[in-house]
Design a protein around this ligand. Structure first.
Ligand code: NAD
Length: 484
């Protein structure tokens, strides 16, 4: 482990009711550095019993936490925010070690992680309610906003810290308590954030972290009636499973699932700006993001100019370990990820695609995937229908706006879409026609704490971030007062 300024942030135990625990069975799961393939450490492989204890702790804590004032919860969140910023460097190093992303990106993710805590510290004070004019003179009707209760929070490996606070910060602001199950590939960022939550004075039982393989923990979280809410970010396949498992106890659900983002470049686009947009949206985290451009659709008139400029940029990308100076693309999370990328590229080449420019050199070892621009992609290729989740930029031709919209919307997913044009009328037409939860016009960056983030169709249910994010943790109660 790289030396940390504060070694106490690196925890290899789970957190239940303020206590750091091992699995009752003694079982552990190894956590591997994706850059070297070596084991960084272990985490307890918890089962149903420990998960039930964590839920009980959260339920018990909820009884008093729901009665804390908004100002008190805002103050705790402010303190947590300050500690995250103060420990940005250590948190970034832990993240790069377990997830592989370049250190500069990890530092950026910690700022993004903290931004949710700050935003929801502020939003906590604005949880209001309303009054409704009653149809009878002797009645009054109030609308109250109350915390949902215990929230089960299940997060993926690609944003190991930000996906925690995007859920936990609004939950705490609303007065909910949480049981977090981080990805078994990247648990240490979540555990470090939990250490800082304890130091911020967030009471025992409000933030619990259960670690290990997902099946047993997930089965308990989704079936236990004390859990009133499941907030999940991950694949559509697992999201659908959790939805089914949650059905018997009718839980509220937030599902942030997979995407298949189109990135459309029209003839009237600023080509350099569009190339910048692809670099930001496609290659961040080595292409391992849910909102990354999966299908780049380029209108015939600018296709060659765009493809050449993009290929020149991609050929110059620097691939290496996340902690090496100058690295722009780190290792992929594991071998299965690399296999999928290779399968997609081979399938595309077999179906008529060709590689533009040269692919950057790879460091030794089999932990890396070479960035590539693929010309002449077509909709029958695997990369058109599945998330590649890697540094592969396939270019599709199109002739007309209608054709581009039809291709863009021709997917069961609806998370993010991007398009580039300088035409005002087209900007409105296309922006409104795209069936996606988030649309970027002349920008490849759409994730920030102030705006709602989420998808339509099979990309999910609910929104995180912005004012909408806190609603996911609030129930609406109408309170009728009669006989006045
Ligand atoms: P995943 O679905 O495999 O795993 C996500 C989480 O679910 C992990 O913590 C995992 O341990 C857990 N899980 C797996 N099986 C489970 C089960 N049976 N019960 C309970 N929990 C279970 O996804 P991943 O590979 O970690 O992440 C990549 C996916 O996440 C991609 O599809 C990506 O698009 C999506 N994603 C979506 C968003 C978004 O905001 N929409 C953000 C990031 C990632």
């Amino acid at each position: 482990m790289t030396a940390l300024t504060d070694p106490d942030l690196f925890r290899q135990q789970a957190l239940v009711d303020g206590d750091w625990i091992d699995a009752a069975s003694g079982k552990t799961v190894d956590v591997v550095d994706p850059a070297s393939g070596t084991t960084i450490g272990t985490i307890p492989d918890l089962g149903r019993d420990e998960t039930r204890r964590a839920i009980e702790a959260a339920e018990w804590a909820f009884a008093s936490f729901r009665r804390t004032t908004h100002a008190a919860r805002a103050a705790m969140l402010e303190k947590w925010y300050g500690l995250i910023i103060e420990h940005q460097e250590d948190l970034a190093r832990i993240m790069t070690l377990e997830q592989g992303k370049p250190l500069a990106e990890a530092r950026g993710e910690i700022v993004y992680t903290a931004s949710f805590v700050k935003w929801y510290a502020e939003e906590a004070r604005r949880i209001g309610g309303s009054t409704i004019p009653a149809p009878q003179v002797d009645r009054r009707i109030l609308v109250l906003k109350e915390p949902v209760g215990v929230a089960g929070i299940i997060t993926p490996w690609n944003f190991p810290a930000a996906m925690i606070t995007r859920k936990v910060a609004p939950a705490i602001a609303a007065g909910c308590t949480t049981v977090i199950k981080p990805s078994e590939f990247t648990p240490y960022s979540a555990l470090a954030l939990a250490v800082l939550a304890q130091r911020a004075g967030i009471p025992n039982g409000v933030v619990n972290v259960v670690t290990g393989l997902p099946a047993e923990v997930g089965a308990e979280l989704t079936s236990n009636p004390a859990v009133r809410k499941i907030s999940f970010t991950g694949s559509t396949r697992v999201g659908a499973l959790l939805m089914r498992q949650s059905a018997d106890s009718i839980k509220k659900l937030s599902l942030e699932l997979g995407g298949n983002a189109p990135f459309i470049v029209f003839d009237d686009a600023d080509i350099d700006l569009a190339v910048e947009g692809v670099m930001a949206s496609k290659f961040r985290n080595g292409g391992q993001t849910c909102v990354c451009a999966n299908r780049i659709l380029v209108q015939r008139g600018v296709y060659n100019a765009f493809a050449e400029r993009l290929a020149a940029r991609v050929s110059a990308l620097n691939v290496g370990p996340g902690d090496a100076a100058g690295t722009q693309i780190g290792p992929m999370i594991n071998r299965a990820a690399i296999d999928k990328i290779e399968r997609h590229v081979e399938d595309a080449l077999a179906k008529g695609a060709s590689i533009m420019g040269s692919r950057p050199a790879l460091p030794d070892g089999d932990h890396y995937a070479a960035p590539v621009v693929l010309a002449n992609a077509s909709t029958d290729m695997l990369l058109a229908t599945e998330e590649t989740f890697g540094p592969v930029a396939p270019l599709f031709h199109f002739e007309t706006e209608e054709e581009a919209i039809a291709i863009a919307n021709g997917t069961p997913y609806g998370l993010a879409a991007y398009f580039y044009t300088q035409g005002l009328k087209r900007a409105w037409r296309v922006g409104e026609a795209l069936e996606f939860g988030m649309v970027g016009l002349n920008t490849g960056v759409i994730s920030m704490e102030v705006a709602p983030f989420g998808g339509v169709k099979q990309s999910g249910i609910g929104r995180e971030g912005g004012q909408a994010g806190i609603e996911e943790y609030l129930e609406t109660k109408s309170f009728h007062i009669g006989g006045l």
